[in-house]
Design a protein around this ligand. Structure first.
Ligand code: GTP
Ligand code: MG
Length: 426
């Protein structure tokens, strides 16, 4: 089965810990600090792979963790960096943060890359903390934890031409007749549950990609039938072919069918109304089709109509030639650029915000919340005397002490930051 939507968890590798170590020299009991830095954790990177067509693999594997960095070594040896984890996705994958809804990127062309979880930086070894006053620092940072998040992948089919229309009008049959694709065909509504792609090949190496889409019904724009799941695939096709059952096999009226489906498309996205489209008047091999066609032409004299049959293959060559012409002269839909601009604007807005330090009381304990301060706690080794001193200094200079006092914290009160609990000593 084709899956065009997936939710996965990604985590960058943790940075390696920095270490405390001393230079060893002959006849010197304790040389200078020489603890090396930890290595960087690997990133989780999405990369477009041309050979992939679906997101089906993500149903079986949903967790992706990159390798952690190695700890630093003695004699200032830097720990090895963790390897990046490369995750392959099909062309046309859109990536969002599941929890914030933030747009992270669009992976369109083969080779496109997107880092979705950064590895943490390595902790610094004690060599970094020496200065003229503190010559023998007993202090090394722990590695920074890798970024983690849950992301949503959505595949948008990149087809040049999309076949739209009611169920059972013959879209899948037409795709099979014009390409080597083998879509499922049946005589009941919603046979096609997912888009199928095929390449239409013309003479002189000319070709374009055509997508067979699930049938539309009235109310699709508000989620009826396959609703939005289907409609979002239409957004990126340059040209639409509206397929009509001219033999009215299901007892509907071709003139009415056209109007209803066009209305659904326009209600979903107003821009779709301007997308180049032609009408494929299908099932012309059946009785009554000629009669309906004459009525249809009279009702919509401005439309470009191609009488065809997906079964006898009549009229398919002129239809293919005309579609190629239209694809060739129509630029890629602008929806993508608009989305990019939108996301950029949102990001800038976020950066401008300064994150305030949040303090509140929970069961008599003071809880401090702030991403950077929580990270500092995670990276501090509280077994080291100098590391504790440094931590205290930073808490003071960042104004955490004052803020706690302002909230009523006194000597002996308990403070929690992330997973760590401290005593407040004034
Ligand atoms: N006589 C005749 N029958 C056709 C023609 N095209 C399709 N059919 C028949 O119409 C029925 C539906 O065809 P499909 O190709 O599955 O229709 P569809 O538009 O893909 O339907 P959904 O996937 O449900 O939206 C099948 O029984 C086909 O054999 C045609 O040109 N002539
Ligand atoms: Mg179909």
């Amino acid at each position: 089965m084709f899956v065009d939507h997936a939710v996965i968890y990604v985590k960058g590798g943790n940075g390696g810990n920095g270490i405390v170590s001393w230079r060893r020299e002959k006849y010197v009991p304790r040389g200078g600090p020489a603890g090396g830095d930890g290595g960087r954790g690997g990133d989780v990177v999405l990369v477009v792979d041309e050979g992939l067509r679906t997101l089906v693999d993500f149903r079986y594997q949903r967790h992706f963790k990159a390798k952690s960095g190695e700890p630093g070594g003695p004699a200032n040896r830097h720990g090895a960096n963790g390897e990046d984890l490369v995750v392959k996705v099909p062309p046309g994958t859109v990536v969002r943060d599941r929890d914030t809804g933030e747009w992270l990127g669009d992976l369109v062309h083969p080779g496109d890359r997107l880092v979705v979880a950064r590895g943490g930086r390595g902790g610094r070894g004690n060599a970094h903390f020496a200065n003229s006053v503190r010559k023998a620092p007993e202090i090394a940072e722990k590695g920074e934890p890798g970024e983690e998040r849950t992301i949503e992948l959505e595949l948008r089919v990149l087809a040049d031409v999309g076949l739209v229309g009611y169920p059972s009008v013959g879209k899948s049959t037409l795709l099979r007749a014009m390409t080597r694709a083998e879509p499922k065909i049946g005589a009941y509504p919603f046979t096609t549950l997912h888009p199928e792609l095929g390449v239409v090949e013309l003479s002189e190496g000319r070709s374009f990609v055509m997508a067979d889409l699930p049938g539309l019904i009235e109310g699709a724009h508000e989620g009826r039938g396959l609703g939005h799941q289907f409609l979002r695939h239409v957004e990126r096709t340059r040209v639409l072919v509206h397929v009509i059952d001219m033999a009215a096999v299901d007892g509907r009226d071709p003139v009415e069918d056209y109007r209803v489906i066009e209305e659904e498309l326009a209600r979903y996205r107003a821009e779709l109304a301007d997308r180049p489209r032609i009408v494929a008047a299908n099932k012309m091999d059946l009785p009554d089709a000629e009669e309906h066609l004459a009525r249809f032409r009279a009702a919509y004299p401005h439309l470009e109509v191609y009488p065809i049959s997906g079964v006898t293959h009549q009229g398919l060559q002129p239809l293919a030639e005309r579609l190629y012409q239209l694809v060739d002269m129509t630029p890629e839909p602008a929806s993508r650029e608009a989305e990019v601009a939108d996301a950029t604007a949102r990001k800038v807005y976020r950066l401008a915000e300064e994150e305030p330090i949040k303090i509140y009381r929970e069961d008599g304990i003071f809880v401090v919340e702030h991403p950077e301060i929580e990270k500092l706690v995670q990276m501090t080794n509280f077994d080291q005397y100098d590391a504790v001193k440094r931590f205290q200094r930073i808490m003071k200079s960042r104004g955490v002490d004052d803020a706690l006092r302002a909230h009523g914290a006194q000597d002996g009160d308990v403070i929690r930051i992330g997973d760590m609990v401290f005593d407040f000593v004034d």
